[in-house]
Design a protein around this ligand. Structure first.
Ligand code: FPP
Length: 233
């Protein structure tokens, strides 16, 4: 059985899902949030993966119309303040990855509280990539490392891939399987360091329609992938 430790999902297609139904983009995001809730609980309860990284808002997404950005930020805020109790019960641990300085203080506060209140949980780790960019993460890690060299905590010779990975936003294993909904064949700056050997899966369905059945289909596909990591079997 192929072990799926870290699953990444690039959430995509909320807007097109809404447009096809004559709804507003906000309605699409609301439906996407429902789909996301179901996926998280399913993966947690069935213990199907240990780590789940979700690309829910990129650094580039700040360039969307203010109305949409504000709607999404309100949705995040509401979600992060209401799921606390449930995630404690479900033993889910929350991480956030991204540049918090780009976000409003009330959201950052809700994020910090959620991270703090779930930090001792030992079940599924859900890593929300919010205000996130893969290149930004690499730049931020580089700055951290340079500071450590300047402070004589480490020397240049200590820098290797392992040390670099430890200085990313969180110490996470490599992504094994990456799903991008809505049929788009792009990475869009998602976890560039961690996806080196990830297997890709790009279903046609828009994210709000990515239900448990679709997820099971994806997981089954992963089981059948032949991962060689550049070697010969
Ligand atoms: C991409 O679809 C989706 C987003 C940028 C937002 C993702 C947000 C959610 C799923 C909402 C809930 C999340 C939480 C954590 C509460 P798109 O709008 O780019 O779709 P399009 O390409 O069809 O326009």
């Amino acid at each position: 059985m192929t072990k799926l430790n870290h699953l990444g999902i690039i959430v995509d297609g909320n807007g097109r899902w809404a447009k096809e139904r004559g709804l507003s983009r906000s309605e699409g995001h609301k439906a996407g949030a429902e789909a996301l809730k179901n996926i998280i609980l399913y993966l947690s309860r069935e213990k199907l993966v240990k780590f789940l990284s979700l690309y829910v808002f990129s650094t580039e997404n700040f360039g969307r119309p203010a109305e949409e950005v504000n709607y999404l930020m309100d949705l995040f805020l509401k979600w992060f303040t209401t799921v606390k109790k449930e995630y404690r019960k479900e033993n889910i641990k929350i991480y956030f990855s991204g540049r918090k300085e780009y976000l409003k203080p009330n959201i950052v506060k809700a994020m910090d509280t959620l991270e703090e209140e779930t930090k001792n949980n030992t079940g599924l780790v859900v890593n929300f990539c919010l205000g996130y960019g893969g290149r930004a993460e690499i730049v931020d890690a580089t700055k951290k490392i340079v500071k450590k060299v300047q402070n004589n905590e480490i020397t240049i010779d200590d820098i290797d891939e392992k040390l670099f990975a430890k200085n990313l936003y969180h110490e996470l294993p490599d992504v094994d399987f990456l799903i991008r909904t809505s049929g788009e064949n792009r990475i869009s700056n998602f976890m560039l360091w961690q996806i080196s050997y990830a297997e890709f899966y790009i279903p046609k369905v828009y994210f709000p329609d990515f239900d448990i059945k679709e997820l099971d289909k994806a997981l089954l596909e992963y089981e059948n992938r032949d991962r060689r990591f550049g070697k010969v079997k």
